[in-house]
Ligand binder design. Structure first.
Ligand SMILES: *Cc1c(COP(=O)(O)O)cnc(C)c1O
Length: 469
C-alpha cells in the first residue's frame, strides 16, 4: 500500500481521545499530558510510514492508542529513580555512591516538609550557623578543633587552598597529582583556587628533603593528597604524614591532607587495610583534613573540612563558602550519619556502606545459594551457579583491596548475555550487572535487604524477553 494512503488512515487526535483506554489514562494523568502523548504517538507512526517501515493498515488507531499508552507510562517514570546494583561495587559513582542509612533517610524526611532551625539558635533566638549541627559531632569523632561542610570534597579542597594559599605556593609530591573520576585533578583545582602548584620529588619517590628545599617565603601550604584510586607500588618512598607535620611545625606552614574517603573506623580486622582514618591524621597534627561525605563515610554528598580553629575560621569567612554551602537535606542526613558513628559497633550494621564492606563472604554464600534456587525455578533452561569472586569498594576508594564475595552466575548458550544485560538495564527497576566469560554475574554483596525478589523477577523477565526475541 502507498504511504500516502496509509497516512490518510492515521486517526485524528480527537478520535483517539474517545477511546476508553485513553479516557482512563486521562483520568489518571490529566488531559493535556495525554493529548501530547497522542500527538507524539501519531508523529512516530507517521515517521515509520514515511520511512517505509511496515505498519498494518488495519488497526492504525489501535496502534496509536497502544503507542500513546506506552509513551504515557514512560513519561510517568521519574528520570532519577532507584536501580538495583548487582555489580558488587559498593560506592558506584554512576549509581549515586553511598546508600543512606535508615536514620539518615528519616532525618531528611523530618526536615524536608517542614520549617526547621537550619540557621536559628533556638536557645537564644539569634541567627545560628548551619554548620553548628555537625561541628560538635565532628569534634568528638575526629578530635578536631573546628569543622565546616561544603558541597563535595572537590569544593572542600578548593575552599581550603583558596583560603590558605590564594596567590601563594602549595608544595605537593609529584606522586600525588591525582585525577579522581569526573575530572577532579589536583593541578586544576589548584589553579581554580589561585594557588600556585610547586611539584616536588618524582612519581615514585618523594623525600622530606624535597619538600624542605622547595619552601620559600611564598609557601603557604604543604599538601598531601591521598592516592585514593591508585597506589604507587614497588620502588617507592612517600613522605609520611608525621614527617610532613614536623616540617610544617618547624617552618610555620600549615599541612593540609586531602584524604578523599573519610574513614572514621578501623576495619583492619575485616581485612580492609591501607586507608588512614580521619582521627588518626588529626591526632598526628595535620592542620586541615578534607574528605567526602559519600565515600567510605557512607553519608550524603558533601565535603567535610576538619582542622585547627584558626584555619577553619578563615574559611568560614571566605565568600566562596557561601557559594559552596550545603542545604538542609544534606545537613540532616549528615548529622544522622555522623550520630550513628557514636556507637562504633552498631554503625557497622546500620551504615549500609560499612555493612556491605564488612559482610562476611560466608554469609553472602548463603544469600547466593538462596537466589540460585529461586532463579533455577524461574529459568529452567539457564545454567545458574554460585561462584567465588571479588567485590570492590569503588568510588575511588581502596583500589587495591579485593573483597572476597560470592556471585550468582547465569548462562545460556542460546541467549546473548549482552542482550540480557541491556534488558536488565532498561527494565523497571533497572538492574546493573557484570558480564564476564559469557555469563551474567550478580554480586549479592550490593543487593540491599528486600531487593532479592525484585532481582530474581527482573532476571527472569529479562531472560524470557530475550528468549522470545
Ligand atoms: C574522591 C576524591 C576527591 C573528590 O571528592 P568529591 O567528594 O567526589 O568531590 C578529591 N580528592 C581525593 C583524594 C578523592 O579521593
Amino acid at each position: 500500500m502507498q504511504a500516502k494512503e496509509l497516512l490518510r488512515g492515521l486517526p485524528a487526535v480527537d478520535e483517539v481521545l474517545q477511546a476508553d483506554e485513553i479516557q482512563a489514562a486521562m483520568a489518571k494523568s490529566g488531559r493535556s499530558i495525554i493529548v501530547n502523548c497522542i500527538r507524539e504517538a501519531i508523529g512516530e507512526i507517521r515517521k515509520q510510514i514515511l520511512a517505509g517501515q511496515p505498519v498494518g493498515h488495519d488497526g492504525l488507531k489501535a496502534q496509536v492508542i497502544a503507542r500513546t499508552l506506552f509513551i504515557a507510562r514512560q513519561k510517568e517514570k521519574y528520570n532519577l529513580r532507584p536501580v538495583l546494583n548487582a555489580t558488587g561495587i559498593i560506592l558506584h559513582t554512576n549509581l549515586g555512591r553511598a546508600v543512606l542509612s535508615a536514620k539518615a533517610k528519616e532525618a531528611i524526611n523530618r526536615v524536608a516538609g517542614s520549617y526547621n532551625n537550619l540557621e536559628l539558635d533556638l536557645a537564644t533566638g539569634e541567627r545560628g550557623s548551619r554548620y553548628s549541627h555537625v561541628v560538635d559531632l565532628l569534634k568528638v569523632l575526629t578530635g578536631c578543633e573546628d569543622a565546616l561542610v561544603v558541597n563535595n570534597n572537590a569544593a572542600a579542597v578548593l575552599l581550603t587552598l583558596g583560603t590558605l594559599a590564594k596567590g601563594k605556593e602549595v608544595i605537593v609530591s609529584r606522586g600525588q597529582l591525582v585525577e579522581i573520576g569526573g575530572s577532579f585533578r589536583v593541578p586544576e583545582v589548584m589553579a581554580a583556587s589561585s594557588a600556585q602548584l610547586v611539584e616536588v620529588g618524582t612519581t615514585n619517590k618523594t623525600y622530606l628533603k624535597d619538600y624542605a628545599s622547595a619552601i620559600t617565603e611564598n609557601t603557604a601550604v604543604l599538601l598531601k593528597v591521598h592516592t585514593s584510586n591508585y597506589r604507587v607500588i614497588g620502588f617507592t618512598h612517600e613522605t609520611s604524614t608525621a614527617e610532613l607535620v614536623a616540617l610544617g611545625k618547624e617552618r610555620g606552614i600549615p599541612v593540609v591532607e586531602d584524604l578523599g574517603s573519610g574513614f572514621l573506623v578501623n576495619l583492619e580486622s575485616y581485612g580492609i587495610t591501607g586507608e588512614p582514618n580521619v582521627q588518626e591524621l588529626v591526632r598526628q597534627g595535620v592542620d586541615v583534613v578534607t574528605f567526602s561525605g559519600d565515600k567510605l563515610l557512607g553519608g550524603p554528598q558533601a565535603g567535610i573540612i576538619v582542622g585547627r580553629k584558626e584555619y577553619v575560621s578563615l574559611m568560614k569567612k571566605n565568600p566562596l563558602t557561601r557559594a559552596l554551602r550545603v542545604d538542609k537535606l544534606t545537613m540532616s542526613a549528615l548529622e544522622a550519619t555522623l550520630r550513628e558513628y557514636l556507637d562504633s559497633d552498631r554503625v557497622l550494621q546500620d551504615n549500609p556502606t560499612l555493612r556491605m564492606l564488612t559482610t562476611p563472604a560466608e554469609q553472602l554464600k548463603k544469600e547466593a545459594e538462596k537466589m540460585k534456587k529461586l532463579l533455577q525455578k524461574e529459568l529452567p533452561g539457564v545454567e545458574v551457579a554460585v561462584e567465588q569472586g571479588y567485590s570492590q569498594a569503588g568510588g575511588g576508594s581502596l583500589p587495591t583491596t579485593d573483597i572476597p564475595t560470592y556471585l550468582v552466575t547465569l548462562h545460556s548458550e542460546a541467549i546473548s548475555e549482552d542482550k540480557v544485560a541491556e534488558k536488565l538495564r532498561q527494565g523497571e527497576p533497572a538492574v546493573l550487572v557484570r558480564i564476564a566469560q559469557g555469563k551474567i554475574i550478580l554480586d549479592v554483596r550490593t543487593i540491599l535487604p528486600g531487593e532479592e525478589e525484585l532481582l530474581v523477577e527482573a532476571c527472569s523477565q529479562a531472560f524470557k524477553s530475550v528468549q522470545e526475541g
